[in-house]
Design a protein around this ligand. Sequence first.
Ligand code: F6R
Length: 618
Amino acid sequence: MCGIVGYIGKQKAAPLIIEGLKRLEYRGYDSAGVVVLEDGAFNVAKKIGRVANLEGEAARHHFHGTFGMGHTRWATHGGVTDANAHPHVSSDGQIALIHNGVIENYATIKKFLLGRGFTFKSETDTEVLCNLIAYHYAKEPPAAEGDSRFVESVRKALHHAEGTYGIVVMALAVPGELVTARKGSPLILGIGDGESLVASDVAAIVSRTQNVVYLKDGEIAHLRAKDFSITTVASGEAAAHVIDKVNWSIADAELGAYAHFMEKEIFEQPVALENAMRGRFAEDGSTAQFGGLNITANEFRGIERFMFCACGTALHACMVTEHLIERFARMPVECDYASEFRYRNTPLYRNTLFFVKSQSGETIDTLAALREAKRKGYKVLAVVNVVGSTIAREADGGIYQHVGPEVGVASTKAFTSQLLIGAMLALYIGRMRDLSFGDGVQIVNALKGAPDLVRRVLQQAPHIRAIARRYAHYTDMLFLGRLSLFPIALEGALKLKEISYIHAEGYPAAEMKHGPIALVSEKCPSVFLVPNGDIVNKIISSMQEIKARKGPVIAIASESVELPAGLADEVIRIPECHDAVLPIVAAVPVQLLSYYIAVERGCDVDKPRNLAKSVTVE
Ligand code: F6R
């Protein structure tokens, strides 16, 4: 979604801001802009398309000032045009604004402002908010000391704004100061050496400072190069804050020798899994332990059921966790799309423990589901990757994934670490109930072995790439799996369609007869997940049904599965493993297959069309 970067310091602002915007490119956007206050005027450059286009435009603007801000826009109100790109400047020329989010009552405010002589150049809700700030700025009496009317005018405008926002504001009369505020859209202050920054994502500023303050909803910050203050939007009272240290560096968010972030992150998975499990097994070697759940073992024993909510890939991880909790702990679990749960009015039983999973910790639907569950009085725990994110902060407790920044829009290492943490959670809950010490030890050992099994699958990358070359021209594909691999089939289909634009569907293998089999022909290959287990012969029967209808078959099968001759056109082998680890091991070939097919088709893998890394609008 949209990205924000602001800078005040001694360096030339525009190159720093543009560099920051490049680091936010992975979030998805369709235009970009920058403004620098210099020579007593706002120097604004904006351009549709990539940040590279903006860079070209910026060269013509001869930016030299040391104070400014930039934005990447993912269109919501108004089409993708230069005029609609941010920053916006108020029609009286006094205020410049960049904004993530949606101002829902923009039409009413616009009408009010049109009646007071303000004019508009764009179709955006952002320009409306910009003019509203200018309106209040013009009305606000100058303060005796400093220019507090800048902050006050932003605060007053926000009192009338309904919706979500992460904003950064500049005032022509107040060089060297930025005002920034948030409600539902993340903002992080960077506290540098004689310089201050603000961004929607740590990645944009971590090259300049690792000292950050995560702004909270309902807070407004006033930044200068050497100091900052935070107050509440509602009352203007001082708000307490802590300066956190980011625990990763810019090198973690760089491509290195890889062609794409997605490729890098697929290959990082063994290490990501090691990081996600580090220190999280109990000393007796039979269960997991988590530091931040904020729920006592006794409270946990009182829980009678679980509800999991998430979106997209993270929901697929929840579905696998559902399977494993049922299996290891024999407890009922329900999973739902966060976007549905928030409006469904699902009846929840009294002793339900609510979980959300989110890589970014900012997905608005997941956040809304969390808030809805909390409002109903339930305790909500979160599995989150991004430290300090809104979901991490609002949850009652949780588990950090610790896999470092995930830059590729298509989630990979965050997914497998969510699978791992889900398995550890199932083990933890199981061991509190009927799962024996011996079974617990077996699962712990299996999970500890997961990184090496993933390494073995990764060694097959050249083989999978060769298959991808043969299948890249198809326009439809089915992914079929059963039990804990059904969500992996869903994930395979999601990965393929989001990065290669091939229509793909994930289905439980046996369910395929009830509809999707109509799609099967020599033009529609099926990817089957075939682990060795109780129902392997049933899966093989489903493969035969596809083959009988001339559908090409790709089998991702355990090493010990004997496939009838000629049944599969392509075979990718995965190592034998425990059920707790199987979904992790099976996820890797579907990731690689989708990745190589997308590369083969010449797709922009890390920036797929229409998609955003973290979906902060509804
Ligand atoms: C797909 C993908 C998305 C996200 C979804 C939730 O590859 O990445 O489906 O999984 O938008 O995002 P988070 O996990 O950040 O809440």
